[in-house]
Design a protein around this ligand. Structure first.
Ligand code: RRO
Length: 287
């Protein structure tokens, strides 16, 4: 069986060493922290806070730019596990420039960061932008192109269909949910950016519904991400229609999460006498 469990973008993906460690710990694919065309220091701190059910972050796309990132990808590629570069930009030209400047096994378009002016969801909530950007990147790279979508819209399938029209090889759902926390003693918002994105177990049911809707509508694969922290969550995501499952916030428990999820998933498939493809989308086929 191929290993469908992946390291999600933004989690330990800033260095080749940490990407490599995720691969050696049992990830079937690793996605980098998003990189753009120019260095960014990110938002002021605090950039991350734990809340009930998960984490809020507003990192603000900190990255050294793609000009200084290829060597990290090359270190990660020394292990025989695919390395996908997550990239961002503010228009199709930016995305195409970054995508063609990197040599990775795949490209994930970040059209969904919930808290960066002119980037991410600010452009990725319009289907026309998603289609144009996907098309521009497809025209300049030979590797698979995935499009990571925002759940902060009324209908995520319209974004998925736009990615499909643009030629995407897969969509990835979901990025974090727009969210905020306030310190009750002072009344100040806790994050330096005031608001950010919610990740972790609290968002899993939202991700399951998005994956279910997307996989019922699109002809291209859907990769599920959002609140997966154990093998049962991965099984649920696959039953909703995901062909791959990314793990992010659960890395707070350490790199061992990859092996515990992949072992649990394969024992489950043996016990149920199912293949991964039989499990994929099972909940829909039972209707
Ligand atoms: O860097 C971030 O603050 C960030 C990104 Br790029 C993203 O895609 N999602 C998120 O929750 N944070």
């Amino acid at each position: 069986m191929y290993n469908p469990i992946m390291l999600a973008a933004g989690i330990l993906g800033t260095t080749g060493a940490s990407l490599r460690r995720a691969s050696l710990s049992g990830a079937g694919c690793v996605i980098t922290k998003s990189v753009g065309s120019a260095p960014r220091k990110g938002h002021n701190g605090p950039t991350m806070v734990q809340v009930k059910g998960g984490f809020l972050n507003a990192m603000g796309l900190p990255n050294p730019s793609f000009h200084h990132f290829q060597e990290e990808i090359d270190i990660a590629k020394e292990v025989n596990v695919p390395v996908v570069a997550s990239i961002f930009g503010s228009n199709a030209h930016d995305f195409a420039e970054v995508a063609s400047g990197l040599e990775a096994d795949g490209i994930e378009l970040n059209l969904s960061c919930p808290h960066a002016e002119s980037y991410g969801a600010e452009i990725g909530c319009e289907p026309i932008n998603v289609e144009e950007i996907t098309k521009a990147v497809k025209e300049c790279v030979k590797v698979p192109v995935w499009v990571k979508l925002t759940p902060n819209v009324s209908d995520i399938t319209s974004l998925g269909l736009a990615a499909q029209r643009g030629g995407a090889d897969a969509v990835v759902a979901i990025n974090t949910l727009r969210a905020m926390a306030i310190d009750v003693e002072t009344g100040y918002p806790i994050l330096g950016n005031r608001f950010g994105g919610l990740s972790g177990p609290a968002i899993k049911p939202v991700a399951i519904k998005c994956v279910y809707d997307l996989s019922s509508t699109l002809n291209i694969p859907v990769i599920g991400v959002g609140g997966v922290s154990c093998w049962q969550d991965a099984v649920e995501m696959i039953m909703a229609g995901a062909q791959g499952v990314q793990v992010g916030s659960a890395l707070v428990e350490g790199y061992g999460v990859f092996k515990s999820i992949t072992d649990g998933l394969s024992h489950y498939l043996d016990r149920k006498n199912l293949t991964l493809s039989e499990l994929c989308g099972l909940s829909r086929r039972l209707l």
